[in-house]
Every structure is written in structure tokens, then in C-alpha cells.
Design a protein around this ligand. Sequence first.
Ligand code: BG6
Length: 481
Amino acid sequence: MNDSTAQSAAVKKAEHATRAADALVLFGITGDLAKKMLLPALYQLVRDEKWDVPIVGVTRGGWSVERLREHARDSVTQSGAVDEEAFGRFSDLLGLATIDYDDPSSFRSIAEQIKGCEFVAHYLAVPPQLYAKAAACLAAVDLADNARLVVEKPFGHDLESARALQGELAKHFPEDRIRRVDHYLGKDAVEDLLTIRFANNMLRALMYRDHVSSVQVTMAENFDVADRGGFYDATGALRDVVQNHMLQMLAYLVMESPRTDAPEDILDERARALRAVRTVQRADLVRGQYEGFQDVQGVRPVSTTETYAALRTYVDSDRWSGVPFVLRTGKALTASATEILVELNKVSPDSYYTACSQDAAPNLIRFRISPDAGVTFDLLAQHEGNAQRVDPVSATVDFTHLTGSGTAAYRLVLGDAVSGDPRRFTRMDMVEESWRIVEEILDSDVMPSVYRVGSWGPAEADALTEGGWYLPSVARATDES
Ligand code: BG6
């Protein structure tokens, strides 16, 4: 290759990486994720943002485009009121291609649907076992070169399988044309951690080991695994939400300020943050399983899968060195709440307020992701009429313009899958780091501690913290009422 050919190849590559697609090819359009999240999110994009990108649904057969449109209507109706004019536009954008994974030539049906398109986004909302096959079949009919590949989570089930999967996909799609979805990265309330931390000087200075004594991250759900028994039994809490959603939130919490707002700078800082998170050791893990999990359809009767996990780790960076980070998640807990709580050091023993404040609760900064996005500051104020005593007070700021809802997250994710902006996706180096962080604790044949449905999980998890877990704001509000 001479210099100018090499240069134009490099320019083409760079343009391809973030190029906007002029069609969305959606594998798994008849599946559960599409029904609950993707179709409502796409409809909302068409309704609110005048989206006009053709959407080609890919199925394995037995569907007509009319049936697909009916299905889309059901799904949109279930998620809220339908604006007929907008739904008409959405429905007109839907097309259908029928494929057979064992017959790559069947993928030509996709080509027929995207005639005239120059660059497309293939979105795989299908079981991960099909990712490599789908990529190979797309390449076999020349649909990989002018395209981006978007894959849902999970990406592998451990470090080794993630690398093997990457090896397969990379045969047909270079890394900068692969997008790995973690819908938590599409949540405004998660992404906003960056703005709250770095746009507000009052927080910027505080989020440092000199001031912070510990950090607690809770992702609690008050519902059980419902009809996902088979999937969940094979997955467990660590793989379902810790390796991905929780570690991505943690990355936003601990990362340094990106050099610029360019996607690569943000991605680089998030990756660097994950590299600093210490590999979790077994002694720093508590696993739980809710009572009755083994009776759920699809779950093995002697399943040792965890429906709850709590762990402790450290972030070995100049900013966070020595601060314990404890994370917990679980199904069938008391409340649904995702909250990051930063516990500040108490005032110095030499200070004026020592006498009264040493027994009082420390200041807390609670970054609330859901159900209501915002920040709550737990502070101390003087007791009425007595300057020698302090009372706890809470200052709550609601970010009513931000949401942590799944559909809203998928609107951004789908929008970016098409626009090409990579910042809200997981890069391969992050996938590798996040599997590395949990690799020592992933599989265990030991029965987890059984906990009561509607509780806060196994009591042993308290030992991972200095003084126990704080109740998330929403649960505290209920508790006090
Ligand atoms: C999914 C997990 O990725 O995230 C589910 O598979 C979990 O088990 C869900 O309930 C939580 O997402 P959200 O947006 O409802 O907090």
C-alpha cells in the first residue's frame, strides 16, 4: 500500500467508526427485550425526535410485516398512550427480513430490505450464543463492511469467553465498529455523575480520599426473577448486574475528569478507572439466595446461584486509595432503589463541634439513580435552642428532568447505535477489566445464605462494612413514615 492509499484507508476507517447509519437492522425484534424496551423506545424516538430511519426486523420465520406492526402496537400500548399519527410513521418504518442461522445465504433477505442504504447498524437483541454466527453470516453476504455491530449484554460469561467472543466478532467487525450495550450507560442519572462531580466545585473538592471514609453502592430490587428462572439460574447476580451495570456506575463515580468531552477521552477515563479497581477476593464476598428461588420454574432444584451479592473492593488510584467500596445487589429485597452513598469523615476531634458531633451520624452524599434521580445530603444542624447539640437534617435535590427509566435509557442507546457516538457503550478493554474484577468470585458450588423475601439480604453482609449498610433514601423515607 502506498502512502496515499494507506492514508485514505485510515480516513475511511475513522469515518466508518462514528458514521451515522441510514438503517437499523434489529435482530430479535419479536423477543422480550424488544417488546418491553426497544420497540417503545424506537416509537418514542419517532414520536419526539422525528426519527425517520428504516427499521428492519429480523426473524427466523413465521412472521409477516402486518403481524410485526400489530406486535409493535401491542408493545407500544403496554408502555403508555399511543399517538396515532406518530405510530403511523413508526409503523411505516418497519420492515421484515427472514433468516436462518444455518443458511448464510438467507441473510440476503436483509440486503433486500436495505437497498440503497450506505451504512447500517445491526443490533443483536438475541441470545449471546448467536452473536458470532450472526456476524459471520452478515459477512458472508457482504453486510459487514459498511456496517456497525451492536450487541446486548452479557458479553461473555467470564474473561476467557469474552475474549473468545471478541476474537470471533473481530474477524468481521473491527473494534471501533462494535458497540456493546449496557443500558445503565444510557441512563441520564448515571451519566450525570460526571456532571455532578465535575461541574460543581463543592463536590469536586470533597470526592477525595482525604474526606471520604467509605462508599456504598446499592442496586436493590423488590421483585423476584419472575418468569426468567432458567436465564437467571444460569447467570446469577454477579454476572447479571455486578460485572456490568454496577461496575459501570462505579467507573463514573471514581473516574477522573476527561481531558475533553470527546467520546474517546470519556471512554479512556472510564477504562482507566476500572483498571484501578482491585480484583475482589472470596473473603470479601457474601452471596445470598432468596427463599423459594429453587421452586421457580426453570431453576434447578438444588441451585447454588446467588440472587444477592455484596462485596468489598478498593480503587487503587491517588484519589481513592484506602477507601473501602462496598457494593450490594439483590432480587426480592425490601425496596427497589439504586443509590451511591459517599460517607464523609467526621470532623476532626480538635474542632469546635467535636463534643457534640462525634456521636452523631457522619455527613453523607447520596447520588440517587432510581427511583427518583437526584442527590441527598445528610447534614447536621444545631438542635433547637441548644448549641451544644446537633440534629441530623437531610437536604434533598430532585433532578426531575433526569430519569433512570429503562425506556429512556434505550432511547439514548438506540439513538447512539444509529448515530455512531460510542460514549455510552462498553469498550472491549472495559469488558476485560470488569471480568477481571469479578473473576475470583464468579463460580461457587457452595449454597449461598438463604434470605427472607422482602428483607435486605443476608445479615453477614454487614461485616463487609464498618458500621452496617445505610438504608437507601427511598427505603428510609418509607421506614420513617
Ligand atoms: C437487567 C438485568 O440487565 O437489568 C435485570 O438482567 C435487572 O435482572 C435490570 O432487573 C435492571 O434494570 P433497570 O433499568 O430496571 O434498573
